[in-house]
Structures are given as structure tokens and as C-alpha cells.
Design a protein around this ligand. Sequence first.
Ligand code: PMV
Length: 329
Amino acid sequence: MTKQEVVQCILAGRSNGAAAEASRFAPANIALCKYWGKRDEMLNLPRTSSLSVSLESLGTHTRITPAGSDEILLNGDPVDSSTSFAGRIVEFLDLFRVNGQPAFHVETRNSVPTAAGLASSASGFAALVLALDGAFGWNLPPREASILARLGSGSACRSVFCGFAEWHAGTASNGLDSFAERLDADWPALRLGILTVSSEQKALGSRAAMRQTVETSPLYASWPETVAGDLPRLRAAIAQRDLEEMGSVAEANALAMHATMMGARPAILYWQPDSVTMMERVWAARADSTPVYFTMDAGPNLKLLFEEGSAASVLERFPEAKVVAPFAD
Ligand code: PMV
């Protein structure tokens, strides 16, 4: 199945009226058990399931307005149509129109740095799907919105939700069983701390890095087994609000993902010297009885995991951390 056919399948029987202006928000999400490696590159179908927590108010606001031709604004500035950013959005919009119509004015604002390992493409495609849903009046159930977001960027399927979300890898070749679902759990005391080492655009995107890892890293063979062990432990830790278990599994899962990349030939290393310094500071904090853990995505930045009760001692050690409360009302 092509992306276009998946879209037709999802939208069959839904309203197909004229598009109107619509504006939606989707949060960025941080995976506690990572998605790393595709079984289908075109449909963004993963080899393994994954589990994330969304960042509440940090994410992407997108407003789309029917217009004479496509025009894209990022954080208030027009984006040149020759950039890969604009190309990805236009290609995605093409899935939802006939003979180039309708065209859209797309105004997107990120409250997370674009392409710095803070999952802005995830919140970006999720917000775009939700805005299209509003514009066309489809009234998509979350599962269908999640599948459409996945066609833009894999991890976007988890950004359709607040709170914890699990992306079921699925087995179908058309990907209709590969979607995210919100976990029925919350954790009001949970905090994330964003430690930005660099907000520069990364040299190697996650798509190419995943492919290189799957194709060349001998360590990738152990990844499905790592995920199979980590996912049930994370679900249980979340249900019990057990930070030590959740944090230690998430930290080990992130390091195992990076280890598969380092095993690629040539090696992929997203870390910078400051990333390692920060990891050591986290371990020093733990050795000193401050319960704090980290996770990292395809970039040099760390995300701390801790609870409100230890926020003072975490912030004393990491005053630069930007703290997010994923379950604040
Ligand atoms: O969805 P993508 O192509 O941006 O890939 C995301 C990959 C990681 O952020 C490293 C892991 C994850 O599960 O979010």
C-alpha cells in the first residue's frame, strides 16, 4: 500500500467538504522506550513498539488556512519552498488533495527547538494532522489521527496524545494496526528537565541514522529483545509511579539505542562532550541520593526524569534545566 492508499482507506466515508481555517496544538513527546529502526521506510512502520510521555505545553501550534498556493511560515518567518522542511510539509499536504487543491497557508510555531532531538517533527506532524482534521471536518478518532501522523514522521503518532502513549508496532503490511494509544495512567508528580547541549540542526536525521543502524550495526540484532524486556517493566513502573524502576529502565533503554548506533559502520555518535559531562552529573547526583535519571533521543541533549519532591535538589544541581510537568492541569 502507498501512503496515498492508506489515507484513502482512513478517510473513506468521512466528510469531504470545503476546507476551512483551523488551528491545533500537539505536544512534543519523549520516548521512555525508543522507536529505532523501521520495517517499512515508506509508511514509517517500526520494527518494535515504543512508549513515550508528552510534554504538555511544549510542542507545535499549527494554523492552516485555505489559500491560492502553499505558503509555509515557521515561527513567524516564511520558509523557502526549496528547503527539506517545506518539502516534507508540501509532500504531506499532497496526500490530502486532488490536483494540487486545496492549497494552504500553514503557520507553524514550535515551542521546542526545531530538529535538535527534541522531537519537533513529531509535534509538527501531529499538529498538522489535527489541523487538517479540523479544517476538513473529518472528526477522526485518535487511532486514525495517530496513523495519519505516523505517515509524516513515525514518532508523531504518539504526539496526538497528552500523557503516556504506547505505539503498537503492528504486523500488517498496510500499517493499519500500527498506531499509538494513550495509557490509562497519570503521574502528577512526574517532572522532566530539558538540558540543552545544542539546539543546532543535527547533521544526520533520524531516518538516515535508523537505516544505517539497521543495515550495518551488528548490535542492532539485540534491540528487539531489549524493547521486549523494557516495555512491560515501564508499563508496570508507570502504573505504580515507581520512579527508580521507570528512570533506570528508560535510561538504560536510551543508552542501548545509542550503543546500536555506535556499532553502525560508519559509527553514528550524537553525543557531544557536554552530553557525557551531563550524564556523569546525573550519576553523581544519584550517588548522592538525588533520584534523577536521564533519557536522550537522536541528538546531544538530555532529558531528566524526576519527581516534584526532589525538584529542589535536582535544580540545585542542574539550574539550567527547563522543567516540564507533563500532568499539570
Ligand atoms: O520519528 P522520528 O523519525 O523523528 O524518529 C524518532 C526517533 C527517536 O526520537 C530517537 C526515538 C523515539 O522513539 O522518539
